[in-house]
Design a protein around this ligand. Structure first.
Ligand code: UTP
Length: 278
């Protein structure tokens, strides 16, 4: 039912400087692969075969990464990507100015046309596959859904936050959404985590959205308008989500995914143990 995915990857990545001075943050490696490869694979394993990546200035490496590889060396991660690329069409569009996530999503209008679509932030990894879980919920409710996770109260001001009413285990009706609220203003500790299913009506809402926090066109503000026109649901994701756009999460993602890795896990575990015992 959801055939298309949109992956915004045009942000500046200032929190990752100087790593992102001359390379896109979406190309920052996490163990074996750049972040955005995890994101494309998530869309693919959720059953999506048409993907639009929104890029911008200094992001050309992303396009090169999704060409078929001409290296004739066996590598299971490269081979997996080549297999995916045989089945998936990847399109690119450039955001002309980095004016915020809401503005970036606006560039997907022509690609999406009049269908609901999945939106996956290009610097976020979810384990297990959050998009697949959202699509299951979408089948039942056929309305826009944002994935949320519980965050500590003192961290709410880093996220878009929702106020909700629970309708079944882990599924909520959204009553309101606020981008980066103060601790006092935050209506809950449920933070939007970077995975969405959205109705195409969102494009009209973005047009009506004025610059918000940080002078950027915020997607959360557009969703606030959408929520007045159509019902938005929230889904509580219980897995792991790593925001590779901040250094602490990026480091933790590397450690945790390396610990789970067939080849590296044993070495990393022994090394960490020896460090603790020292
Ligand atoms: P972030 O909130 O992480 O912003 O974007 P940023 O500008 O990339 O990074 P910092 O804050 O300077 O470190 C969340 C997602 O929205 C995309 C980013 O690429 C990322 O996937 N984005 C953000 C855009 O595509 N365009 C924008 O103008 C802003």
């Amino acid at each position: 039912m959801i055939r298309k995915a949109v992956i915004p990857a045009a942000g500046l990545g200032t929190r990752m400087l100087p790593i992102t001075k001359a390379q896109p943050k979406e190309m920052v490696p996490v163990v074996h692969k750049p972040v955005i490869q995890y994101v494309v694979e998530e869309a693919y394993y959720a059953g999506i075969r048409e993907i639009l990546i929104i890029t911008g200035k200094h992001k050309r490496a992303i396009e090169d990464h999704f060409d078929r590889s001409d290296v004739k060396k066996e590598n299971k991660f490269l081979d997996e990507l080549d297999k995916i690329l045989e089945e998936v069409d990847i399109f690119f569009v450039r955001q002309k100015e980095q004016r915020g996530l809401g503005d970036a999503v606006r560039y997907a209008k022509g690609f999406v046309d009049n269908e609901p679509f999945a939106l996956l932030l290009g610097d976020v990894i979810t384990i297990p596959n959050c998009t697949r879980e959202l699509m299951e919920v979408y089948k039942r409710y056929k309305t826009s859904i944002v994935a949320v996770e519980e965050v500590p109260k003192e961290k709410v001001s880093l996220y878009g936050v929702v106020s909700v009413k629970e309708i079944e285990d882990r599924v909520f009706v959204v009553e309101d959404l606020v981008e980066k609220p103060s601790i006092e203003e935050a209506p809950s500790n449920l933070a939007i985590l970077g995975r969405y299913i959205l109705s195409p009506e969102v494009f009209e809402c973005i047009e009506k959205t004025e610059a918000g926090v940080g002078g950027e066109i915020q997607l959360t503000d557009a969703l606030r308008i959408l929520n007045k026109r159509e019902r938005i649901y929230a889904y509580l994701f219980k897995g792991k989500r790593y925001d590779i756009g901040n250094k602490a999460d990026w480091l933790l993602a590397n450690i945790e995914l390396a610990l789970d890795d067939d080849d590296l896990g044993k070495h990393v575990r022994e090394y960490i143990k020896s460090m603790i015992d020292r």
